[in-house]
Design a protein around this ligand. Structure first.
Ligand SMILES: C[S@@+](CC[C@H](N)C(=O)[O-])C[C@H]1O[C@@H](n2cnc3c(N)ncnc32)[C@H](O)[C@@H]1O
Length: 198
């Protein structure tokens, strides 16, 4: 029997969160102008001609990038969250696929995993996910990941993440403590930018 591609952490999140209420909360923040778009600002700053929001969920970041004229696509394993993305922005290509082994048939100048995707996936899928993402990058393409550096059984350290990147041919370009580009000085959150080295 094939193993479940969904991590225990994501299963727990889904069991504890009401999707409709969660979606409405984000919509309200957008309408009131209180939604933070730090991730979109950061990603847009690289001027990539094509962007993949990997683990896009309800499309929070990809939809903002689309509003700004960025050519963006989204991919996620969770069909229920993708349904919200599709309903909110039908113009964007939303892919229902597992980052571990997806084959989208095209490459992107920048792939981003905002919103802790790298710690919401299965621990044993992290290395293959980074390899699959690298395989979807254009030459010189950038992989951008933001995730919490917490302790615990399913934590992901920067040393581990950099090793997965290195094994996939990705070299560290820069690292920040926030999406606002504050310098990383060993805190409990990091935004990492790696480039596909050829
Ligand atoms: C906390 S949510 C972040 C969603 C979105 N990036 C955001 O910032 O709003 C984590 C997402 O990672 C997705 N995910 C986890 N493992 C995945 C996998 N193997 N393939 C595709 N998506 C995955 C989940 O389905 C979920 O939508």
């Amino acid at each position: 029997m094939p193993s479940d591609p969904v991590s225990p952490r994501w299963t727990h999140w889904r069991e504890t969160v009401d999707l409709e209420e969660y979606h409405q909360r984000w919509q309200r923040m957008e309408q009131q102008g209180t939604a933070s778009h730090g991730e979109a600002d950061f990603i847009e700053g690289y001027g990539a001609a094509s962007v993949l929001d990997a683990g896009c969920g309800m499309g929070r970041v990809a939809i903002e990038l689309h509003h700004r004229g960025v050519a963006v696509e989204g991919v996620d394993l969770d069909a229920d969250l993708l349904a919200y993305a599709r309903a909110d922005m039908p113009e964007v290509a939303w892919h229902h696929a597992d980052l571990t082994d997806m084959q989208l048939g095209r490459r992107f100048e920048l792939i981003a995993t905002p919103g802790n995707v790298m710690i919401f996936c299965r621990t044993d899928h992290r290395a293959p996910i980074v390899a699959t993402l690298a395989g979807h990058l254009e030459p010189d393409g950038l992989l951008v990941a933001g995730f919490s550096l917490e302790r615990g059984a399913d934590a992901l350290t920067l040393v581990e993440y950099d090793q997965y990147c290195s094994a996939a041919g990705l070299a560290l370009v820069e690292r920040f403590a926030t999406w606002e580009r504050d310098p990383y000085e060993g805190g409990n959150y990091a935004v990492s930018v790696h480039r596909l080295a050829l």
